[in-house]
Design a protein around this ligand. Structure first.
Ligand SMILES: [Zn+2]
Length: 304
């Protein structure tokens, strides 16, 4: 039976900072924080920030005086009172560092830095793609320390977009799991089903609809497991389990699913050992959901 406990570790859901959201509109506080040489700035460019791998993977910060010009996004404050900002711009040249994005280092960084890069990459993408008012087309300006854009023409306020997507482990009467292969995926990659939540739909309804659409199965007992931000570019992955009864034949939607099949734990292990099945990488909530059912690390897990 599927254990009903929560997911224990999610690479991109580990942020530790207090986001001090109430300070986003306090210009005096923001200016003082920016004037403090102890303040740390995460620079992001095209989804990448500077990291170092010695002695262990970590983000590389610059003081405000060395940050590139641009909008400042307040990311948060740590327990010692150090304030963190993000900004987009050219990555500074610092010896011993290199640019890296979420896929490369999201799982390697410590909790604080994993949270910081997830936050700053999400903000960069949103600002880059939402420069104009969706009502009137005027150029918008940044407000609320990077967490809002305001239209100067009609005053409308626009907030960072997050698209909810459900991802679900479907089990049958024999506690097998359903794994499917999507188009354009790496060779032999198989994973659990997922899809975006539609307007006017609950999460539970989205789970049932997606499973029905993608493989033709009815499901019941939709249970929430946990969530992980996935700003690649702007999703929030919401993990679930669901059950199906009896022996309903799979009817994969050819537009979305190249093939789908049931796996016992032994069959999954054998397929992975033989190289016939490549599981999603441990950065993903999919891998964590499969591992929770499997009862431990998967054999031949791909690197991050
Ligand atoms: Zn407008």
């Amino acid at each position: 039976m599927v254990d009903d406990g929560p997911l224990e570790w999610l690479a991109l859901g580990r942020g530790t900072l207090d986001r001090v959201a109430l300070n986003r509109r306090d210009d005096a506080w923001l200016d003082a924080a920016w004037a403090d040489p102890g303040t740390r700035v995460v620079v992001v460019q095209d989804g990448k920030s500077l990291v170092t791998y010695e002695p262990s993977p970590a983000l590389v910060f610059v003081p405000p005086a060395q940050a590139p010009d641009g909008d400042r996004w307040l990311l948060g404050e740590d327990e010692s009172g150090t304030v963190y900002f993000g900004t987009s711009g050219p990555l500074p040249a610092i010896e011993g560092t290199e640019p890296a994005g979420l896929r490369r280092v999201g799982a390697l960084l410590g909790d604080r830095d994993s949270g910081l890069i997830t936050h700053v990459v999400a903000l960069e993408h949103w600002h880059d793609t939402h420069r104009h008012c969706p009502r009137c087309g005027a150029g918008t300006r940044v407000a609320s320390a990077g967490h809002m854009r305001v239209c100067p023409e009609d005053g409308s306020q626009h907030f960072p977009r997050v698209d909810p997507a459900v991802i679900m482990l479907v089990t049958d009467d024999a506690d097998r799991i359903l794994l499917a292969r999507g188009p354009r995926w790496p060779e032999n990659r198989r994973s659990i089903l997922a899809g975006f939540v539609e307007p006017g739909e609950s999460l539970e309804q989205a789970v049932a609809r997606e499973v029905k659409e993608e493989v033709g199965l009815p499901v019941r007992d939709v249970r929430y497991l946990g969530s992980q931000p996935w700003p690649l570019p702007q999703s929030l992955m919401l993990g679930f389990t669901a059950r199906t009864d009896g022996d309903v034949p799979l009817r994969p939607d050819p537009e979305e699913i190249l093939d789908a099949a049931w796996y016992t734990r032994d069959e999954l292990r054998a397929a992975m050992d033989a190289g016939d099945l490549v599981a999603p990488g441990p950065l993903s909530i999919a891998a964590q959901i499969i591992m929770r059912w499997y009862g431990g690390d998967l054999p031949n897990m791909p690197p991050f």
